[in-house]
Design a protein around this ligand. Structure first.
Ligand SMILES: Nc1ncnc2c1ncn2[C@@H]1O[C@H](COP(=O)(O)OP(=O)(O)OP(=O)(O)O)[C@@H](O)[C@H]1O
Length: 463
């Protein structure tokens, strides 16, 4: 059922349009002024907003339109006005209104406008989902000190041509960061080409990267353009670069140094202008030390290193990520939003997340499907990830010995650190990442909590 928010100071309009739309199956909410309208729009995420232009109070119709475009850019806004004020209609359209209805309203006019606005809303949803599925966009969520550093770094080095080596466990957002670097560069309108180095069979790596001429080898029935050429003037993202074999490493190094490539069986060098970003979840420095990765290539790729921390080391980001993924699920499916009991968030924070943000996204999606329209409890979380049951307060170390999730014994100081880390993580989750609030819950003060967070690597040294 599409939802509509009507914002108009005239009670008659709210009543009549509301009745008309309810009868047509819309889920209708209304507000009598701009500020209430904005608050409702943020809380309810309506599919469409129908806003009167002239309203008393701090926020008039155009002001509300402007704010909505900023905060809920996906919601089509239909404006209405009592006076046939052409200039206002023009301004509203410039500000991004979907369409403009003149009063007195007619039922047909209203229904037609809303039906097409809803169509647009659906199309935007589909487009956003496709873009995300392709991994070519996606909002980067998280306000933890490390994520703030990551954002600052993207803003600083995105616009340059510097090569960046992004490291981090699987699912920490390496691809998302590489797309963000491309998006913030002058190459943003040019191709962003990804190669998954781990997925290409060894004997095809060269042809995949550099292309081949027809007849270059058995099976090469057509000429093929490689990823380097496809990325010309844009960005080439070498994912899982640590998985490249020795021969491919040598060829990659040559292409980077000479800024040219040769198609297999081609012979003629071709100039390419690409910015190279690379990512790996391997320890490349170690691979260099044990001889499985070329040192010269490592230095070429690692001009700017960026390390993404595992999710368990930034528990403050978890509530926002959970909200983001449940909102995304709602947007994609149109199903009712789930809400999260603080204990459910605490249980999620207590888990180790070996698959990091990707795994969290999957778990949130599963829970959102199972509990659409209701509140997710701690028990619901534990049902999906039994390991989350071992959070602070649920698992008292017996006879003074602490254990990891795997049941191994840990040296006491490590065990205490792990326990403290979980307690703090849970308190942060309960407080939506707010450190002062978390400190209150833990019955300590903010500076002390920060000190402990820094010691455990949960906050940056400058905090
Ligand atoms: N900070 C974040 N905010 C929002 N979504 C995120 C964030 N980090 C990761 N994701 C999402 O989690 C999923 C995994 O991220 P991504 O593919 O970038 O990880 P990766 O480190 O490249 O993983 P792998 O090494 O397994 O390829 C993606 O859907 C991505 O959009």
């Amino acid at each position: 059922m599409p939802s509509v928010l009507i914002v108009d100071d005239e009670p008659n309009i709210r009543r009549m349009v509301g009745a008309l739309l309810s009868a047509e199956g819309y889920d209708v909410r209304d507000a009598a002024d701009g500020s209430t309208g904005l608050a409702l729009a943020e809380a309810l995420e309506p599919d469409i907003a129908l806003i009167d232009l002239m309203m008393p109070g701090e926020l008039d119709g155009l002001g509300l339109l402007e704010k909505l475009r900023e905060r809920r850019p996906d919601v089509p806004v239909v404006m209405m006005s009592g006076r046939a004020a052409l200039t206002d209609a023009v301004r509203a359209t410039k500000l991004g209104a979907f369409t403009f209805l003149e009063k007195p309203l007619t039922p047909e006019g209203v229904l037609l406008a809303l039906a097409s606005a809803f169509e647009l809303r659906q199309a935007r949803r589909t487009a956003a989902a496709l873009r995300e599925d392709l991994g070519i966009s996606g909002e980067m969520i998280g306000d933890s000190p490390v994520m703030r550093d990551v954002r600052a770094m993207i803003a600083r080095i995105g616009p340059t041509d510097a090569r960046v080596l992004i490291t981090g466990e699987s699912g920490t957002g390496k691809e998302l960061v590489s797309a963000a670097l491309h998006e913030s560069s002058p190459r943003r309108d040019k191709p962003f080409v990804r190669v998954n180095c781990a997925a290409i069979p060894r004997d095809l790596v060269e042809s995949e990267m550099f292309g081949h001429e027809r007849g270059a080898f058995t099976g090469a029935t057509e000429r093929r353009i490689g990823r380097f050429e496809l990325a010309h003037t844009g960005t080439l993202f070498l994912d899982e670069v640590g998985d490249l074999g020795a021969e491919a490493q040598a060829k990659l190094l040559r292409a980077i140094e000479a800024r040219e490539i040769e198609r297999v069986g081609g012979g003629k060098p071709i100039k390419v202008d690409v910015r190279i970003l690379a990512a790996t979840n391997k320890d490349l420095a170690k691979a260099v030390a044990d001889g499985s990765f070329r040192e010269d290539l490592f230095f070429r790729l690692n001009v700017i290193p960026m390390q993404l921390p595992p999710l368990r080391d930034r528990p403050g980001d978890l509530p926002a990520l959970v909200r983001h993924f449940s909102a995304r699920h709602r947007t994609r499916t149109g199903r009712p939003q789930v809400t999260w009991h603080p204990d459910a968030l605490a249980a999620l924070s207590a888990y180790r997340w070996p698959g990091n943000v990707r795994e969290l996204a999957n778990v949130v999606e599963r829970l959102a499907i199972l509990h659409a329209g209701s509140e997710v409890s701690r028990a619901d979380v534990v049902q999906v990830i039994p390991e989350a049951a071992h959070g602070p307060g649920q698992r008292t170390p017996s006879n003074g010995v602490s254990v990891t999730d795997a049941g191994d014994l840990l040296p006491l100081s490590d065990a205490l650190d792990a326990y403290e880390r979980r307690l703090i993580a849970a308190a942060l989750a309960h407080s939506d990442g707010n450190v002062a609030e978390a400190a209150r819950r833990l019955q300590t003060d903010r500076p002390n909590l920060y000190r402990r967070m820094r010691r455990l690597g949960l906050a940056s040294a400058t905090e």
